[in-house]
Structure formats: C-alpha cells, structure tokens
Design a protein around this ligand. Structure first.
Ligand SMILES: *[C@@H]1O[C@H](CO)[C@@H](O)[C@H](O)[C@H]1NC(C)=O
Ligand SMILES: *[C@@H]1O[C@H](CO)[C@@H](O)[C@H](O)[C@H]1NC(C)=O
Ligand SMILES: *[C@@H]1O[C@H](CO)[C@@H](O)[C@H](O)[C@H]1NC(C)=O
Ligand SMILES: *[C@@H]1O[C@H](CO)[C@@H](O)[C@H](O)[C@H]1NC(C)=O
Length: 460
C-alpha cells in the first residue's frame, strides 16, 4: 500500500510537471476525538482554474483487512450533488468549496468503531485512472468515568489506611492522582511516608491531622474526573465499630438480665404457692383435733401450729364418753366450720387469681417499657425495676402480714366460739353430774336437727 502510494505520488509529481495536476493533503497524520463528540477532518487539494468535472470521495478502512473499503460519501461537480452511504446516513457531512480546494469531512456522534484510517480522494477528467488522495488516523478516545474513591482500614489514630481510586472506563487508560485537603479545605502535601501509586494512596500511623478531604483525579489525554472522600480520624474508643460492639454487648447483658428476672418471678411464684399450702393446711385441722381447754391461751400463729401438731399426736380420749347429743351438736358446728373453710378457700383462690393478674399486668407493662426505651434509659429502668421489685416484695410482705392478721382475727373468733362451746360443755357436764339428766333439755340448748328417737342418755 505504501509502495502504491509512493508510486502514485511519483506519478502525480510527473503529471504536475506536464500539466496542472491535483494534489490532495490532510493536515494531520492523526486526530484524537472524545467519544460522542463531532469531528471535522480537513482535506485540501490544488484548485483547478478550468475545472469541468470533478468527484470527491471519502472512504475508510474496513473492519476486516480483506473486505472492500467503507464508502462514506461522494460529491459530484458540477451537479454539486452529495451521496452519503448507508452506514453513515445522518451522521456524516461535507464542507466543500471547489474554487478554494476544500472538501472537509464531518462525522457526528463518534463511537468506538469510528477509530479507523480515513482517505480523501479527488478525481478529475484529467486523471488517467489513479486519482490523488491522502489518509489520516482517527482515534476515538473515551473520557475517564467518574472514579470510585474507597478507603480501607480503620480511620483511627495510629492505624495504617489505604485509599483506592479507580475509573471503570477510559481510553487510553486513565492515570490517578490523590490530593489531600485539610479540614479547612486547604491543599496539604502528602505525609512523608505516604505512597501514591496507580490510584492507591497509603498512609501510615495516622493521627488527627489525617482528617480532611481526599480528592482523587482520574485523567487521560482528553479529560479528567474527580471523586471526593471525607475522612474523620477518631480516637480508638470513639470508633463506630467499637461502639456497635458495645451496643451488642449491652443488648446481650440485657437479654441475660430479662431471663434472670423471668426465672426469679417463676421461682418466687412457686415459693408463694408453697407458703400458702403450708399456711392453709393446719387451718382445717384446728377445728377437728384442737383441745378446747387450751383455747384461753393467747397464742400466736407459730405456737398454735406446734401445739396443734402436738395435739394430733395425743388426741384426748375423754371425748369418746361424751353424749351423742353433744357430739351431733359438735358435728353440726363442724359442718358449719367446713362451710366457712370452703368459703375462705374460695376467697383465697380469688385473691391468688387477682394477684396473678396483677403480676401479669405488671410484667406486660415492664416488657413494653423495655421495648420502647433507649439504651441509656434502660439502664435507669433496670435500677427502677430493682426498686420496683423491692416495693413489690414489701407489698407482698404486707399482704402476708395482712393475711396473718386475718388469720389471727379468725383464730380469736374461733377461740370465742370454742369458749362458748366450753361454757356449754361445762353446763352440760354440770347437768350430767347432778343426776338431773333425766330431765328434758331446754329446747333452746338443743339443736333443732336432733333426731327425736335418739336416746338422750346412753345409760337409759
Ligand atoms: C455535534 O453536532 C450536532 C449536529 O450538528 C450538534 O447538535 C451537537 O451539539 C454537536 N455535538 C458536540 C459535542 O459538539
Ligand atoms: C481498587 O479498586 C478497584 C475497583 O474497585 C479494584 O479492582 C482494585 O483491586 C482495587 N485496588 C486495591 C489495591 O484495592
Ligand atoms: C505513631 O505515632 C505516634 C505519635 O503520633 C508515635 O508515638 C508512635 O511511636 C508511632 N508509632 C509507630 C509504629 O511509628
Ligand atoms: C470535597 O467535598 C467537600 C464536602 O463535600 C467540599 O467542601 C470540598 O470542596 C470538596 N473538594 C473538592 C476538590 O471537590
């Protein structure tokens, strides 16, 4: 090809000696244009004073070396008509002035595939077949895409950190440069030990001075682009990572605490139930086995329990000799006491239910507070709940005291009743002892449910 061009040049030079020959010239050997931009490739030729017919052609080298050349457009003179070929319809044009010897090609919206060799050819009637032409290289460049700035390593005192800057696109391949600005946006030279290589900036043993803006410029022949990173160097303890670790640890501690509370509540509730059983059991025995003679003694709850257990071991046997009447009277009264016990049990059950409901409600309230309060408030809450629990414990102790008071009241009442019982027994005993027991009983002292056919005296 070069040889052919050389021969053509010699031929044209020879022609120019003989007659007014045409020479074609493209000023630059190559043109570098950014992708998407427009380009004008100038093409000059020797003006002809007596031009009758002329054809100007723009062509380009094909994608594959063996293929025919790509025709872009052809201009005909003197008709001044222009033909744009299929692949360049709408994006190629010609600025032509025959008298000035100008036929510039315009290409609009360049793409990567427009990187080719372009040839301008001028044909005239004087040609003997080989027309004069010139060629040039068009190189479509790609501006660097906006680079991505990243930082690796902890931005803490005494750490080593690395900045990375990279553009996805760029033809030719972009080069990168980091510039550091301090917090007042004043340019600052890189620290002595820092390295800036292929977009990777490394800093060692950083201090608070390293805080500021880190701007990377990615540039190639045609354009440049920047990214900007803001860096705040923290003391080691203030770092976000350690903060999140602290938050996680606090959450773990809180979880353990909640589990602990639940276990405690569960254990206490079970203990409460056991205590209630312990308190409820002796009440039923009080009226069956208790010796009425001991009722005059003002006994407190614990003493009474020990006395009762002693009674149970040694039940008095003189009672077996008592009259049937009195025994039925006694049974009757015992029935009433049983009724009373039932009622009291139901009352205690209801009390337990109500207390359980209260505890549930309090637990639910605590849960809600746990969920909505922030971390610091939760610490305070924990203290509050300690107080709360102490209060609740006091409340419960008060309730126990109340119950014990009630129990004592009841015991007093039972004692009264026992006293009355004793009085009556004394009276009966008197009557037994005074040989008057054949006499009919006073109807008032006799229970109405007494069967009439029962003998009044076992000796009869
Ligand atoms: C390219 O040329 C077209 C048509 O003349 C015009 O609209 C467009 O703005 C030009 N583009 C540039 C980047 O100059
Ligand atoms: C920098 O970033 C680019 C693209 O994200 C990546 O390919 C390259 O490996 C990184 N270089 C370093 C030193 O991390
Ligand atoms: C890092 O810098 C501090 C002062 O900022 C210095 O005391 C320390 O020795 C340095 N550490 C290293 C490993 O260079
Ligand atoms: C970097 O960003 C900061 C804050 O966004 C701004 O003040 C500063 O001017 C920017 N620097 C450059 C070179 O763009």
């Amino acid at each position: 090809m070069m040889a052919g061009m050389f021969i053509t040049l010699l031929f044209l030079l020879g022609l120019s000696v003989c007659s007014a020959t045409i020479t074609v010239k493209i000023p630059q050997k190559s043109y570098k244009i950014a992708r998407g931009d427009n380009v004008t490739i100038p093409c000059g030729f020797t003006p002809q004073p007596d031009t009758s017919t002329m054809t100007i052609m723009w062509t380009a080298t094909p994608n594959n070396p063996g293929d025919p050349v790509l025709s872009i457009l052809t201009y005909f003179y003197p008709s001044k008509s222009i033909r744009v070929f299929k692949n360049y319809k709408g994006r190629a044009g010609l600025t032509v002035d025959i008298t000035k010897g100008q036929a510039d090609l315009q290409l609009y919206g360049l793409t990567n595939t427009d990187t080719r060799v372009y040839e301008c050819t001028v044909q005239s009637v004087d040609d003997d077949g080989d027309s004069p032409s010139d060629t040039t290289n068009l190189i479509v460049l790609v501006a660097p895409s906006i680079p991505k700035c990243t930082v690796q390593g902890k931005t803490e005192y005494f750490q080593d950190i690395t900045f990375n800057c990279s553009s996805e696109e760029g033809t030719p391949t972009p080069t990168y440069k980091w510039q550091i600005y301090d917090v007042n946006n004043m340019a600052r030279p890189n620290p002595p030990k820092a390295t800036d290589l292929n977009g990777v900036l490394s800093l060692y043993n950083i201090s608070k001075d390293a805080s500021g803006y880190y701007v990377c410029t990615s540039s190639n022949e045609i354009r440049s682009a920047k990214c900007n990173l803001t860096v705040a160097v923290m003391p080691p303890s203030m770092n976000m990572a350690s903060t999140s670790v602290m938050i996680g640890a606090a959450a773990g501690v809180l979880l353990l605490f909640v589990i602990f509370i639940i276990i405690c509540c569960y254990c206490r509730r079970r203990k409460d139930k056991n205590e209630e059983y312990a308190m409820g059991a002796p009440e039923g025995e009080e009226f069956t086995d208790h010796d009425p003679d001991e009722k005059d003694k003002p006994v407190d709850y614990k003493e009474e329990r020990t006395v009762k257990s002693a009674d149970r071991q040694d039940p008095p046997d003189d009672r077996s000799e008592r009259s049937y009447d009195r025994r039925s009277d006694y049974n009757d009264r015992r029935d009433r006491r049983d009724n009373y016990d039932d009622r009291r049990d139901r009352y205690d059950d209801r009390n337990d239910d109500r207390r359980d409901q209260n505890d549930d409600r309090r637990d639910r309230y605590d849960d809600r507070r746990d969920r909505y309060d922030d971390r610091r408030d939760r610490y305070d809450d924990r203290r509050d709940r300690y107080d709360d629990r102490r209060d609740r414990y006091d409340d419960r102790r008060d309730q126990y005291d109340d119950r014990r008071d009630r129990y004592d009241d009841r015991s007093d009442r039972y004692n009264d009743r026992h006293d009355r019982y004793d009085d009556r027994r004394d009276r009966n005993d008197d009557r037994y002892n005074s040989d008057n027991y054949s006499e009919p009983y006073d109807s008032r002292s006799r229970p109405p449910s007494l069967p009439p056919n029962k003998p009044k005296d076992p000796k009869n």
